[in-house]
Design a protein. Structure first.
Length: 131
């Protein structure tokens, strides 16, 4: 995942910026997992075109009950399951999301753009102008 989606961010972002320098776009239409838009998404909205994200993948999004996304766990409001979901989410964060975020933050820092306010997947979902 890191080599395909994350390590390519600098080249993808540079390509987008070069295209935008040559062509004044009003809208960038992107796949919801195309991480090359992250540096632009972290720019002030006034300094970039609108960005619309869509895709065919499911959204990796924080759940209200704290369960890790993508595990197929049913929603709950029951305390024992909420505690279990928190424990599972901590493990998923430690094993997947935090290392991924650290890698993305190192790349974004090298590009001199702000770091992610949320997780990689949450920012790709919440930051575009339209989803």
């Amino acid at each position: 995942m890191e080599r395909i989606f994350i390590d390519t961010i600098p080249d993808q972002a540079a390509g987008l910026r070069a295209t935008l320098a040559a062509f004044r776009a009003e809208l960038i239409l992107t796949d919801d997992v195309f991480a090359g838009t992250l540096p632009l998404l972290l720019d002030p909205i006034a300094k970039r075109p609108a960005i619309a994200a869509l895709g065919i993948t499911f959204l990796i999004f924080q759940r209200d009950d704290g369960a890790p996304p993508s595990l197929g766990l049913p929603p709950t409001t029951e305390q024992p399951q909420l505690a279990q979901y928190r424990t599972l989410m901590e493990a998923v964060d430690a094993a997947l999301f935090e290392p991924l975020r650290s890698r993305v933050d190192r790349i974004l820092s090298s590009l001199h753009v702000p770091l992610l306010p949320l997780s990689v997947f949450e920012d790709l979902i919440r930051k575009p102008s339209t989803l």
